[in-house]
Write a new protein. Structure first.
Length: 73
């Protein structure tokens, strides 16, 4: 199994160009997070996903509906 680096995941999120319906960040255990590294990474990833949703128009939002209707023509 090949794991992705933090940079690879962020680059993937930045390349998304379609409206997102949602996203989940799961399985955070604060008792095993030494130095709050995982919490900080989760917060960064949440922010980047939210920015991507705003940029592409979250599915169901006015921008998302506009983008969806533009593709249905």
């Amino acid at each position: 199994m090949r794991l992705l680096s933090t940079r690879q995941v962020l680059n993937f999120v930045h390349r998304i160009d379609q409206p997102l319906a949602g996203a989940d960040i799961v399985e955070y255990n604060p008792h095993r997070d030494f130095g709050t590294f995982t919490a900080t990474l989760g917060a960064k990833l949440s922010k980047e996903i939210a920015v991507t949703m705003g940029r592409t128009g979250a599915a169901g939002s006015p921008r998302g509906r506009h983008a969806e209707s533009a593709h249905s023509d």
